[in-house]
Design a protein around this ligand. Structure first.
Ligand code: SF4
Length: 720
């Protein structure tokens, strides 16, 4: 029987004719899969690929349902005025309206009055063309994307310390070879389950896994040691571990001397992070601090990996730098089976931040404020360097500016659902309502598209071709497996069509390969150099790791083995003082709120909430609270609870779990409407990366319907 089709009498060739090897539409693991066409139906089958080795999570197995969803948009829609409903329209009418509105806004208020908001799920080709569209066709500085809410702090810290931002500087296959791994703020067992095979193998070989997380997640339960830290205390924890490692003589003096700069200032700062103080700041017992420091410090090889738990805070660049300090001081970077890395979340979170949809960047990770970088990209684009705008506002600042005097008046959103995913989402929804004009390109009527003046129906995932860059920095090819439904266009066609109407007739190709060829030229010589990568090479080699500086270049699976990407080749230490979160619990809002993801859903849920199996697996949002907290408030399992912060209120069912700290409430962010947890989150921004503080703010809880007087009993809090 055939492994893919399950049929008895079908030749291998017949199956291959119906199968398209491609990748999952969701997270940054970008698992390989086959899509099988069978009498008009499409299903997912396993595919041996180096990253997932045939494994998929429930989201991947059910992804084909997106292709036949009855909720699929197949016609442009527009509303003639705000009081009216969206109505079907022709492409000519819809694109013409957008071009006219953008032109009018810019004539009236200046070029920066039009904003562009992209997404970390867009292919490299789309991210590249969107950036070019903003800078060349609109000449606005106001472009940014939802990856600002995801990877910006890890990226900024990587640039500061290593001179380059690639999430993992080594392939996943190296993970089982590390003796010890410290995973900070990552629940990969739920968010990207197939990656667990690498951590499982590491432990089978005798390795130890340490997880730092305020919750005893599935990942933490698989660990040898769980550090259940207070939300927002990551930098204190990192400094505390380095303090112990220093005191116990575990530092790698040769590595520090030969491959780094700036250690002395770090030594002085961590001297005051004695274990008892760090226990007070982080809630992690002194004994566990010693155990963790000794495990990492005495290991021959170790990796430190961070994710959103540490990275979505108003001091998250500092958090990441503090853990990088630990890796560097122990000599656990730039060596085989060692290293610091960050686990990218969104499907193209890595590539999406390399090619120009970030407001301060040009393609190839070039800087928009660097004259040489501007001149190079201007020449590729055939424009004068002085016509390129400078850096504009970061994602939250861009949305927050809407309606103000110098703010954005008209906005194009592509591949993002900011009504659900932005912090302080009620405020952002009001800002969107203050726009003169909103256009959204999407394949479902997302929560954000529902507010739009024009909605453009676009192709999705398996209906188009394009490259994605996974969390390892491996560039992959997403292939077209099925014809798109009549009436939809690709995002590339949308951008080319709009550019044409705005007077740039020939500068915007709409075929993915042509766009990728231009991207290769634009990235050549940049930090993220894709010039040697072709679609054919990607297929032949199961992906190509950037930088890849020519077609004969092998690509770069492992970075930093000889030198770091700084001008002097040395990694840089940064002295980091712990600073508390922007908002801490007080009498009025006595608990921490932290947010995250669940296994069955992805991002704002626009796609996964429309897949029956995923909806059934996790039909609604929930607030995870400790049984002791629940008892104090008279809350039972499944009771509706009301969570309130200084920014808003959300209502969802209670899920009682001893896996969470007694002082902390956890809620996933995949849902809209009354359960929209981002109504509550704090938009306090990291000063460097402009990352909002999704992971920690102060909240109060009450049983829905209970009055507020009963909302703040005294609770003894602790980490277990
Ligand atoms: S959601 Fe992520 S982990 Fe799950 S199958 Fe898709 S790429 Fe793999």
């Amino acid at each position: 029987m055939d492994a893919i089709s399950g049929r008895d009498c079908e030749s291998e060739q017949e199956v291959r004719d119906r199968a398209t090897p491609t990748h999952c539409p969701y997270c940054a693991l970008q698992c390989g899969m086959n899509l099988i066409r069978d009498n008009g139906a499409v299903s997912v089958a396993s595919r041996e690929f180096p990253t997932n080795k045939g494994g998929l999570c429930q989201k991947g197995w059910t992804a084909a349902e997106l292709l036949s969803s009855p909720e699929r948009l197949t016609s442009p829609m527009l509303r003639d005025c705000r009081a009216e409903n969206l109505r079907p329209a022709s492409w000519d009418e819809a694109l013409g309206r957008i071009a006219a509105e953008f032109t009018q806004a810019q004539q009236q208020y200046g070029r920066d009055a039009v904003g562009v908001f992209g997404g970390g799920g867009l292919t490299n080709e789309k991210a590249y063309l969107l950036g070019k569209f903003a800078r060349v066709a609109l000449r606005t500085s106001n472009i940014d994307y939802n990856g600002r809410f995801c990877m910006s702090s890890a990226a900024a810290a990587g640039l500061k310390a290593f001179g380059i931002d690639r999430g993992l500087p080594f392939p996943l296959e190296d993970i089982p070879n590390a003796e010890v791994i410290l995973l900070v703020g990552a629940n990969v067992a739920e968010t990207m389950p197939p990656i667990m095979q690498y951590f499982d193998e590491q432990r089978r070989r005798g390795g130890r896994l340490i997880v730092a997380d305020p919750r005893a997640t599935q990942t933490a339960r698989a660990a040898s040691l769980h550090l259940q830290l207070t939300p927002g205390s990551d930098a204190a924890l990192a400094n505390g571990l380095l303090h112990i490692a220093t005191a116990q003589g575990m530092l790698d003096a040769d590595f520090i001397a030969q491959r780094t700069t700036g250690y002395e200032a770090v030594r002085r700062v961590v001297a005051s992070y004695w274990p008892e103080r760090v226990e007070r700041l982080s809630g992690v017992p002194v004994s566990q601090l010693y155990e963790a420091a000794q495990l990492i410090g005495r290991a021959r090889s170790a990796m430190i990996l961070t994710a959103r738990g540490a990275e979505q805070q108003s001091r998250s660049v500092d958090n990441v730098l503090a853990f990088i300090n630990l890796a560097l001081a122990l000599g656990k970077a730039g060596k085989p089976h060692c290293g610091f890395g960050t686990l990218t979340g969104q499907g193209n979170g890595q590539g999406g931040r390399e090619h120009g949809q970030k407001t301060d960047q040009l393609p190839g990770y070039r800087r928009i404020d660097d004259p040489a970088d501007r001149a190079y990209i201007a020449q590729v684009w055939g424009v004068a360097p002085e016509t390129l705008p400078g850096a504009g506002r970061s994602a939250y600042e861009l949305l927050d500016s809407i309606g103000s005097d110098a703010g954005v008046r008209a906005l194009l959103v592509m591949g993002s659902n900011v009504v659900v995913s932005a912090p302080n989402a009620g405020h952002i929804e009001k800002r969107l309502a203050a726009l003169d004009f909103l256009a959204v390109a999407d394949f479902f009527l997302s929560d954000t598209a529902q507010l739009a003046d024009v909605v453009l129906p676009t192709t999705q995932w398996a209906e188009e071709e394009g490259t994605m860059t996974n969390l390892e920095g491996r560039v992959l090819l997403r292939r077209r497996a099925v014809e798109p439904p009549p009436g939809v266009r690709s995002d590339l066609e949308v951008l080319a069509g709009l550019a044409n109407l705005l007077g740039h007739k020939h500068a915007f190709p709409s075929e993915p390969r042509a766009v990728f060829d231009e991207l290769r030229r634009a990235s050549s010589g940049g930090a993220a150099d894709y010039s040697g990568i072709t679609y054919d090479r990607i297929v032949r080699d199961n992906g190509v790791f950037w930088p890849c500086i020519g077609e004969e270049h092998p690509g770069t699976p492992r970075m930093f083995l000889d030198r770091f990407a700084t001008p002097d080749g040395r990694a840089r230490f940064h002295a980091i003082e712990y600073r508390p979160p922007a908002e801490e619990p007080d009498d009025e809002y006595p608990f921490y709120l932290t947010t995250g993801r669940v296994m069955a859903h992805y991002q704002s849920g626009t796609q996964t909430r429309r897949v029956a199996a995923l909806r059934n697996a996790q039909p609604e949002a929930f607030a995870e609270i400790h049984p002791a907290m629940a008892k104090s408030f008279g809350i039972a399992e499944n009771d509706a609870v009301r969570l309130t912060t200084r920014r808003g209120t959300a209502v969802m069912k209670a899920r009682l779990s001893a896996a969470i700290r007694m002082d902390t409430v956890f809620a996933p962010f995949h849902w809209g409407d009354a359960a929209r947890i981002n109504l509550l989150t704090n938009p306090a921004l990291d000063p460097v990366s402009k990352m909002p503080e999704f992971k920690v703010c102060a909240v109060r809880i009450a049983k829905a319907g209970a009055n507020r007087a009963a909302a703040a009993p005294v609770l003894q809090v602790g980490g277990d």
